[in-house]
Write a protein that binds this ligand. Structure first.
Ligand code: ZN
Length: 240
């Protein structure tokens, strides 16, 4: 069974479609939240994920889109984009977002947006935070997003191994506990502008980070046409 893992799609339909095509045939799609926010296509992204039967969890932007106070933590640009998102989304989109749980367990995997101990907000981007979270889930492995940077943190007999995967990197899943971050589809922040995602092969017990090129200019043009903040438009080209 092959599973496509996407996170932080952020209403970027062109990036999501490029990933769905590049990933090839998969048996399931799991998402790690922040489906909306920042980007120009919140309804279309939710429609696409629904049509692929995707299951997943709620991110801080998804919570904010539902009217949550999460918006108060956003910087000025994110807040403006979120106000636009709140006005733009259809009732159906809102209902789909409202149904997303904060945490989901599927087989040996726990899915969260931020971290297993703080699913909506905590960023796992340092060794000490990763170490504290490696014991905070009940399954063997945890999938999370939120940082927009592909990463893995593994417990190697009490020592923390931090892995910065490049596109094409793979990791075998064994008895060691691991936190796996696919990076972001819709707004990567690792200095590479292409969409980042993960493919999980459950038979081979292997996970592979991959990148997909997409028409960044078309997403930028759509954002500009909608009056979304120029710094959010510009950053897509630089992957920051
Ligand atoms: Zn995000």
């Amino acid at each position: 069974m092959r599973v496509l893992i996407v996170s932080d799609v952020h209403a970027n339909l062109r990036a999501l479609d490029a990933v769905l095509e590049a990933a090839g045939s998969v048996d399931a799609v799991w998402h790690l939240g922040d489906v909306v926010g920042y980007g120009p296509d919140p309804d279309a992204v939710v429609d696409r994920l629904r049509s692929r039967g995707a299951v997943g969890v709620r991110g801080n932007h998804d919570a904010a889109a539902l009217g949550g106070r999460e918006i108060e933590q956003f910087n000025a640009y994110a807040r403006r984009a979120m106000e636009w998102t709140r006005d733009a989304i259809r009732e159906e989109t809102r209902a789909w977002l409202a149904d997303l749980p904060e945490r989901l367990m599927i087989g040996q995997f726990t899915l969260v947006h931020g971290s297993p101990r703080d699913p909506i907000w905590e960023y796992i981007s340092s060794g000490p935070v990763a170490r504290a979270n490696l014991s905070a889930f009940e399954t063997a492995y945890c999938l999370h997003g939120h940082t927009h940077v592909p990463a893995a943190f593994r417990d190697d007999d009490g020592r923390l191994t931090s892995i910065a995967p490049a596109g094409g990197s793979s990791l075998v899943l064994d008895s060691r506990r691991v936190l796996l971050n696919p990076g972001s589809v819709g707004q990567p922040r690792d200095g590479i502008a292409t969409a980042s995602y993960l493919v999980l092969d459950l038979e081979r017990r292997e996970t592979r980070w991959r990148r997909a090129a997409y028409d960044i200019g078309a997403t930028q043009a759509a954002m500009t046409a909608l009056g979304l903040p120029p710094p959010l438009v510009a950053r897509l080209k630089h992957g920051v």
